[in-house]
Structures are given as structure tokens and as C-alpha cells.
Design a protein around this ligand. Structure first.
Ligand SMILES: C[S@@+](CC[C@H](N)C(=O)[O-])C[C@H]1O[C@@H](n2cnc3c(N)ncnc32)[C@H](O)[C@@H]1O
Length: 229
């Protein structure tokens, strides 16, 4: 039996950047000049959908390496008619290293990245020094870097890495919201872990490079908190 999801036309929502070894203009898929927020490892796209509805003046680009999840994220956006969402099925590391132009992102989101528990696999972690170097290049002054994980040890690594990049200023904590319905969560994994009662570790940083003129904080974008919840 054919799965309806597999036959729906998602071409308006799926992005094919072509060869990932050439520069990739992250604004091109949207065809307008609105600020772009990038989520890497977007899974089934709950964050993209909720954030795109909350911030219709921003564009949201999700990158997900697993095609079935990338299509689920695109399908969710398509069903909601969210014209400000695009999903690329690609390795986020290539998108980060080849993304253009500099200072083009309003936010970079990374939620519940795979922890890769074994030490010999740590090099596969998405949140690493390379991500921060890319974030410094791609984020506009005043932009946001937001992350969350259920793995306290990984969170400590993330915070330690960010601490070595002086341009990232930790934003003050906000209490996690009380969900009003089953889709009222940050991401699918946030819902899963909160329902299991696991602590969640979150941080959000504002990119303030030296000598840059930084716009006032965008309250709608500065949502994550630092510390377990
Ligand atoms: C634990 S899941 C979290 C999904 C989603 N962020 C959430 O919170 O519900 C991690 C996701 O990152 C994706 N991922 C892992 N490595 C990736 C990479 N190199 N590029 C893009 N996505 C990746 C996985 O396929 C998976 O969907």
C-alpha cells in the first residue's frame, strides 16, 4: 500500500542545494529578504512549524540528514501552508561550512543533537567547535544561538565550547512554557523527554561581535533558557 506522505508534492518546501561542496546561499530558497533562521537536525519539524507560525516575518530553513524525517518536516509545513519554511535533506555540517553569505542568519537552532555516547564517536557530534566557527561567520550581530539537550554531560561540553567564544553572551533563563496541547512543545524530542519527566538543559546566546552595531534584542527570538528544566 502506498503511503500518502510519499506521494504528496513537497517540491515547494524541499530544498535541493545541489553539490554541497560549493557556496550555498541560505536566502535563495525563500526568494525574499526576510531574516533567515536555520535549524540543524530538525527531525520531523515541530520547531520549524511552531516558530514559523509565531514569526511570520522570518524564514525558517531546516536541515535534516534523514530523508524520511526531512519529508515529514516539509509535509508538516505544507499541510499548514507555511510559506516561510523550507527543508533541506543534507548533512548540516556541509550547509554550515558552505553557507553564505556571512552575517545572514537571524538565529541558529540546534535541539537535542545526537549525543554520540562513545568517546571515539564524539567527532560526529553536531555541536562542536566547527559549529561555533560557522555560527560566528553566519550569524548577524544580535543573532541568536539556541540549543537544548537531555544529556547533561553534552550540555556541559556545549557550554564550555561557547565560553571560549567571547562574542556569545548568555541570555537570561526563562522558565519552560506549560504546553497547552500535544504539539505545544519546542520539538518532538522535547515533548518525548518532558513527558518522560527527564530534565532538559537549554541555553540561548546572543551574538555580539566586538565593534558591531547590534540591534535591540528580538524578544520573540530570545526564547531559550540556560540551565536544567
Ligand atoms: C535526536 S534527533 C532530534 C530531532 C529534533 N531536533 C527534535 O528535537 O525533535 C537528532 C536529529 O538530528 C539529525 N542529524 C544527525 N546528524 C545530522 C547531520 N549531520 N545533519 C543533519 N541532521 C542530522 C538526525 O537525523 C535526527 O533527526
Amino acid at each position: 500500500m502506498t503511503n500518502a506522505r510519499d506521494v504528496s508534492d513537497l517540491s515547494a518546501y524541499m530544498v535541493d542545494f545541489g553539490p554541497l561542496n560549493v557556496p550555498l546561499d541560505l536566502r535563495t530558497p525563500f526568494g525574499n529578504e526576510r531574516p533567515v533562521e536555520l535549524e540543524i537536525g530538525c527531525g520531523k519539524g515541530l520547531f520549524l512549524a511552531n516558530a514559523a507560525r509565531l514569526r511570520p516575518g522570518h524564514n525558517f530553513l531546516g536541515v535534516e540528514v534523514m530523508r524520511k524525517y526531512a519529508r515529514r518536516a516539509a509535509d508538516r509545513a505544507a499541510k499548514l501552508g507555511l510559506e516561510n519554511v523550507r527543508v533541506a535533506c543534507a548533512d548540516a555540517r556541509a550547509i554550515l561550512s558552505r553557507g553564505e553569505p556571512a552575517s545572514s542568519l537571524a538565529a541558529l537552532h540546534i535541539y537535542f543533537p545526537d549525543p554520540w555516547w562513545k568517546r571515539k564517536h564524539h567527532k560526529r557530534r553536531l555541536f562542536d567547535e566547527r559549529l561555533l566557527i560557522a555560527a560566528e561567520r553566519l550569524l548577524a550581530p544580535g543573532g541568536t544561538l539556541a540549543c537544548a539537550t537531555d544529556v547533561e554531560a553534552y550540555f556541559a561540553v556545549m557550554r564550555g565550547l561557547v565560553a571560549t567564544h567571547a562574542a556569545f553572551r548568555a541570555l537570561p533563563p526563562e522558565p519552560p512554557k506549560t504546553p497547552e496541547h500535544e504539539l505545544d512543545y519546542l520539538t518532538n524530542f522535547e515533548r518525548k523527554y518532558r513527558l518522560e519527566g527527564r530534565p532538559i538543559w537549554r541555553a540561548s546566546y546572543r551574538f555580539e561581535p566586538p565593534n558591531a552595531v547590534v540591534a535591540p534584542p528580538d524578544a520573540a527570538c530570545s526564547h531559550a533558557i540556560e540551565g536544567g528544566s
